[in-house]
Write a protein that binds this ligand. Structure first.
Ligand code: PSU
Length: 307
């Protein structure tokens, strides 16, 4: 019987490390195609892969190319994705479509979790997850990332959820859907560009070994889903929440005025905030992604040592 594994093309290095039970970190590609401008997108993707290696794990950037879900990309493939306009942003709803039609697709947190699970990768680093959008009571716009965290057993290392979202409602949905949310070295849920959202983090753990123990424990529970690790951006790179809020409000207003909806909202707002902050938000975004990649690698190493 064929399964999702048959749709995967796993890079030889990643396959070998997985077969030996070694540490691998999954990385998403929507941040490359829809989250950052060229050429900082490809430069960051390379830096993030190097950060994972420096911490002792193997990176596996995930995307759809030529009708296959690719687990681990070459430098050239990464560049092709980063340069190409009109790459499909693939969430859960889009992944099969991109594969079946042979279109190039980048994977969001949700789709990267699906692919990572099928490949046997337990730890994944991103920037910030999608969540409940502001005004969701009208628009019903809730990221598929939350449902995926509820169902798919992968640990997602993030700087929280993007601050352009409704963070209290995002935490509420995570709790309802049974997703453990762990602040890394903090009692406060971070807000992506800012270290603090003002909301309590449901749990706190202070070292990668403790997170690995949580993952190993949860793995024993049937039907369990993912774990969200919320890792605050390094202090020297943060933009305080009070300062960000003005830019976020202005960008959301402009998105609404232009009728931007659904999966186009996040990329549009990120890019406008980049312009409004004259590039400062991008520098912060890069710092937090790299910080998450390092922590994810440490967790993957601790998990491999546990097994
Ligand atoms: N982290 C970033 N930049 C991004 C993303 C994460 O620093 O662009 C992407 C992830 O792929 C995440 C997506 O799944 O944004 C959320 O999109 P939406 O709000 O449309 O679900």
């Amino acid at each position: 019987m064929k399964t999702m594994s048959d749709l995967l093309t796993i890079a030889p290095e990643v396959r070998d490390v997985l077969a030996a039970g070694g540490p691998v970190v999954a990385l998403e590609s929507t941040i490359v195609t829809h989250g950052m401008p060229w050429p900082r997108n490809v430069e960051t993707a390379r830096e993030v892969e190097a950060d994972v290696r420096a911490a002792g794990a193997v990176p596996a950037t995930i995307a759809v190319l030529d009708g296959a879900i690719r687990i681990g990309l070459s430098g050239q493939e990464l560049e092709r994705l980063a340069r190409t306009d009109h790459v499909m942003k693939c969430s859960r709803a889009d992944l099969a479509f991109a594969v079946a039609t042979g279109q190039a697709g980048s994977t969001t947190v949700a789709a990267t979790m699906m692919a990572a699970e099928a490949a046997g990768i337990a730890v994944f680093a991103t920037g910030g997850i999608g969540g409940v959008h502001r005004g969701a009571e009208q628009s019903f716009d809730i990221s598929a990332d939350l449902d995926e965290l509820a169902r798919t057993p992968v640990c997602v290392v993030s700087a929280g959820a993007k601050a352009l979202l409704d963070l209290p409602k995002t935490l509420e949905v995570l709790e309802t859907r049974g997703v453990p949310v762990v602040g890394y070295g903090t009692d406060v849920f971070p807000a992506f560009w800012s270290r603090e959202s003002g909301l309590p983090a449901p749990y706190r753990l202070d070292d990668p070994q403790a997170i690995a123990r949580l993952l190993a424990t949860r793995r024993l529970m049937a039907g369990h889903g993912g774990v969200l690790v919320a890792n605050p951006v390094p202090a020297e790179a943060e933009i305080p929440a009070a300062e960000m809020e003005g830019y976020i409000a202005a960008a959301l207003k402009e998105a609404d005025r232009r009728g931007i909806r659904a999966k186009d909202v996040t990329p549009f707002v990120l890019s406008l905030i980049h312009d409004l902050t004259r590039g400062a938000s991008l520098a912060t975004n890069i710092a937090l992604v790299r910080n998450n990649a390092r922590l994810a690698a440490q967790i993957a190493v601790a998990l491999a040592e546990n097994d």
